[in-house]
Design a protein around this ligand. Structure first.
Ligand SMILES: [Fe+2]
Length: 239
C-alpha cells in the first residue's frame, strides 16, 4: 500500500492509502481516501459553537436515554449518545445549508479522485454533534462496514490541541494519519476507517459536528434494520 499525502488545487488535503498495481490475484486493490479542507471561518464556527452549546441541554432534557455512544467510550450522559434522536442537518440554523453544500462538494472531489466521476446519486445524511470537555477523548471506533458503507464526516467547531487519528482498515497494518482538529475544517472519511480523538486537555470544549452520508439505495433498503436513523436522515444533495 502507498500512503497518500497530497494537496489539491482548491486547497483540499488528501491522505489515506492507495493499492499498488496488484501483481498477484490476491494482492490488495482497495483505495481509501480521507480529505480535509477549511470550509467555515472562525466567526462562523463561533456561531455554530454558541448555537450547539445552547441546543445541548435542551436535547439532553428532551431525550433522557442514550441511543448508544457508538463505541466512542464517551458514555450515556453525552450529547454524542443522543445521535439516534436528532439530525443537525434538520436544525433551523442559517449555516446548515452551507454545511450540506460543502459535504456535496467534498464527495464530488472524492468521486473525482477515485475515478468514479460517472457515479451519480442523491445523498442523505444523519448528523449529530459531540462536546468533549477537559479530560475527555474518543475511543477508536468506526461507522459501519457493510454493503451500504459510504462516507462519514466531521467538522471541527471548536478545538485546541486535539487530533483525530485515522487508522488503516486492515488490522496489523500500522499506518495511521493524525490530523490536528482545526476550527472550520471538514473531514470526509470512508465509513469503515476507524478513528479516535485525543484527550482534550483544555478548559475550552472540543466541539464537532459529525455524521454519516448515505446513498438513496441505503435509504430505500427496508432490510437494513436502522429504521430510526433512516427516518431521521435528510437529503443533502445530488452528485
Ligand atoms: Fe466517529
Amino acid at each position: 500500500m502507498i500512503d497518500i499525502n497530497i494537496t489539491l488545487e482548491d486547497g483540499t488535503r488528501v491522505c489515506g492509502w492507495e493499492a499498488d498495481t496488484p501483481l498477484t490475484p490476491f494482492a490488495p486493490t482497495d483505495n481509501y481516501y480521507i480529505t480535509y479542507k477549511q470550509v467555515f471561518s472562525e466567526e462562523e464556527c463561533k456561531e455554530w459553537n454558541d448555537y450547539l452549546l445552547e441546543q445541548e441541554p435542551l436535547l439532553l432534557a428532551e431525550h433522557i436515554t442514550s441511543s448508544g455512544d457508538g463505541l466512542t467510550g464517551v458514555g450515556p450522559n453525552t450529547i454524542t449518545s443522543r445521535y439516534g434522536y436528532f439530525n443537525v442537518l434538520s436544525f433551523d440554523f442559517h449555516l446548515v445549508a452551507k454545511l450540506k453544500a460543502e459535504i456535496i462538494k467534498g464527495v464530488k472531489t472524492i468521486l473525482e479522485l477515485s475515478n468514479n466521476r460517472s457515479w451519480t446519486d442523491t445523498l442523505y445524511a444523519n448528523s449529530w454533534f459531540n462536546v468533549l470537555r477537559r479530560g475527555e477523548g474518543m475511543d477508536v471506533h468506526a461507522h459501519g462496514y457493510h454493503k451500504h458503507s459510504f462516507y462519514g464526516f466531521h467538522l471541527s467547531i471548536n478545538a485546541k490541541e486535539t487530533a483525530t487519528s485515522y487508522f488503516h482498515p486492515i488490522k496489523f497494518e500500522m499506518s495511521a494519519f493524525h490530523i490536528p482538529n482545526k476550527i472550520g475544517e471538514l473531514t470526509l472519511f470512508p465509513a469503515y476507517v476507524s478513528h479516535g480523538v485525543s484527550e482534550n486537555r483544555h478548559e475550552a470544549h472540543r466541539v464537532s459536528i459529525a455524521g454519516d452520508i448515505k446513498t438513496s439505495s441505503w435509504l430505500d433498503d427496508p432490510t437494513y434494520g436502522q429504521e430510526g436513523l433512516q427516518k431521521l436522515a435528510v437529503e443533502v444533495g445530488t452528485v
